[in-house]
Design a protein around this ligand. Sequence first.
Ligand code: PLP
Length: 355
Amino acid sequence: MSTATDSFDIEIAQTSRINEVDFENLSFGEIFADHMLVCDFKNGGWERPQIKPYQNISISPSASVFHYGQAIFEGMKAFKDHHGDAWLFRPEDNFKRFNKSCERLAMPAITKEYFMEGLHKLLALDQNWIKPGAGNSLYIRPFMIASQAGVIASPAKEYKFMVICSPAQSYYSGEVRVKIAETFSRAASGGFGYAKAAGNYAGSFYPTQLAQAEGFQQVVWTDANTHQHIEEAGTMNIFIRIGNTLITGPTSDSILDGITRKSLIQLAKDNGINLEVRPIKVAEILEAHKNNQLLEMFGAGTAAVVSPISGFGYKGEKYEITPQEDSYATFFKKTLNDIQYNLSPDPYGWRVKAY
Ligand SMILES: *Cc1c(COP(=O)(O)O)cnc(C)c1O
């Protein structure tokens, strides 16, 4: 069945694949909901967006994305409450960041209507893929690639904006030990670390593999110029608790402006947690550890909300962090999850109907 509603063309899947999915045993990002959104940029403008059954796309092997890497994305989640209503978390912030990433990679901005209305229409169609219950969500992946054929080293003239969705369960990362980077960098000053660009990820895999071979799960990135300041934990923003002070680095051109990070900053302010936003030195962390004042380290991001770090390695030494009884990490995770799942009031207006 194919219908045209206002500015979208919608083709509904003949049969749903939902009954083939074991929602109790999902591995992250491998299964996709019935529908996807596709919108093409050609001749200087966005064409009519289409919502259609999830399927392969056809693209020239010379398409710019394969050669020069113009590719950016977002990561967000839809949550379902016990009344059956579904919610997004601060989706306009994802929209704005998406276009910031586009600008940095010389890609055209997507319109707010196509991004937001596209999400609402897609989620309404695939609403059964959003499962209620703690930890369950539908992970949403908007992305844009340069699709123009031709190995021409300049910004492409044609792009595809797409949205795909993947059901997710709560994210148990187990014990996370990190290696503090001594020579590698995720992002350079003047580079595009602040953009959610595919290339930032490509460059991080190899140093992460090396750290994993040493028994760590992730790399804590340090600044490219001196490697003396902490920037991010893997693909998450990082928070350090020294005594009862919580510290996170300021956003910069090499630190991604995480929506979870800024939500935690707000929650800290409103819940009497002493928070400092300032550069964090590796030396300061070592010193705090020595004085038994390094109480917590955790990553913050959409996938897990917070991901506690139980130890780190630096210059051949290994350091453990003793688990805290009433950790800030646990407080933040519960407070944010309760807002996301509509289990608590949302004084901030962060929760937005998914459709
Ligand atoms: C996506 C991402 C984050 C987390 O951002 P959220 O908006 O909180 O999900 C942090 N760091 C990097 C490098 C990222 O790509």
